[in-house]
Design a protein around this ligand. Structure first.
Ligand SMILES: NC(=O)c1ccc[n+]([C@@H]2O[C@H](COP(=O)([O-])OP(=O)(O)OC[C@H]3O[C@@H](n4cnc5c(N)ncnc54)[C@H](OP(=O)(O)O)[C@@H]3O)[C@@H](O)[C@H]2O)c1
Length: 304
């Protein structure tokens, strides 16, 4: 019988608690073995709930696992993931892979050099209904354009996602990765982006795919809960088709991502449609959009 792959979790925040920990504990072929967090009490509490071991020392944590799942801000994730890859650990990364092209390049290079498996958790790309929709879209072809609107409320004071890295970077870096990574296979890679900033953290993107198809996306985290909306559709010869709704339970797609990562780690098949190299390609588009809208697109963005 194949030995379970021992996973460690980096991060002990809300997302780690409600999604990563339960998914790690409920995926076949995986043992949730360790937790590392800068807050010793939070790491001990989360580890105890799952009969895992809490660590404060990163090398000790890495020594006890085969693979690492990340639930920390992207600028924290990238350098730790590079260390983990160099230590030979397979990587379940969060989106965005990094906040700079330099960090995303270094991470993709470290993964390539260490020959470890990697998956970036672009949630919708691991939803069964979205995968079926993307396959239908690819088969139908003839698309002329598309439109996405994602009005999120994560920056409202009561949201558990109102975290410092989102306050600093806004919807472009939080929701942008989801929107950009969708349809990458169906319409061809996103070749270029044109970006314009609106009020608050509102960002408008025009994405041009390799196939020549263009689509627009409007994203924000500053909407009131009463205005929340997630909508993405394509139109063309076959009429109009809308992407399935966002998964109400992110644990299921994360289990799929973990299972695919574990299968690749075992088989030595290291490339994946959502691997660290793809994560780097998405960061390049995000960074180009950020360059166009400037470093500080909205007043009071660091006010918390
Ligand atoms: N795929 C999805 O649909 C989805 C959904 C939600 C979130 N995410 C991703 O999950 C990641 C975490 O998001 P989040 O909202 O949970 O972020 P967060 O609350 O800002 O950070 C969560 C964890 O990171 C730790 N942390 C923050 N700064 C750190 C530092 N400098 N050094 C070490 N640890 C640090 C926090 O520690 P403390 O508790 O000590 O502050 C906490 O344990 C992000 O990449 C986000 O994009 C993905």
């Amino acid at each position: 019988m194949t030995r379970s792959l021992r996973f460690g979790l980096v991060g002990t925040g809300y997302w780690a608690r409600i999604t990563h920990a339960p998914a790690l504990a409920a995926t076949d072929g995986i043992e949730f073995a360790a937790v590392w967090g800068r807050n010793a009490n939070a790491a001990a509490g989360l580890a105890a709930r799952y009969h895992a071991t809490a660590y404060q020392d990163l090398p000790e944590f890495l020594a006890g696992v085969d693979a690492v799942a990340f639930a920390v801000p992207p600028d924290v994730q990238a350098p730790v993931a590079i260390r983990a890859a160099r230590a030979g650990k397979h990587l379940l990364l969060e989106k965005p892979a990094a906040l700079t092209v330099a960090d995303a390049d270094a991470l993709a290079d470290a993964v390539q050099q260490a020959q470890v498996a990697s998956v970036v958790f672009f949630t919708a790309r691991f939803q069964a209904d979205v995968r079926a929709w993307e396959a239908e879209v690819t088969a139908a072809g003839g698309w002329a354009g598309g439109c996405a609107v994602w009005l999120g409320s994560a920056l409202q004071p009561a949201s558990p996602f109102n975290t410092p890295w989102r306050q600093d970077n806004g919807a472009l870096w939080d929701l942008g990765p989801h929107v950009i990574s969708l349809l990458w296979a169906s319409l061809g890679p996103v070749r270029s982006v044109t970006a314009q900033a609106g009020l608050a953290d509102v960002t408008h993107l025009i994405l041009r795919h390799d196939s020549g198809v263009t689509r627009t996306a409007t994203v924000t985290l500053s909407a009131p809960a009463s205005a929340e909306l997630t909508d993405l559709f394509l139109w063309g010869q076959a009429g109009r088709t809308a992407a399935p709704a966002q998964a109400s339970d992110p644990v299921a797609p994360l289990r799929t991502a973990l299972a695919e990562l574990a299968a690749n780690a075992r088989s030595g098949q290291l490339s994946h449609p959502c691997d660290a190299r793809f994560g780097r390609d998405v960061v390049r588009i995000l960074a180009d959009a950020q360059r166009q809208i400037g470093a500080h697109p909205w007043p009071g963005r660091n006010s918390g």
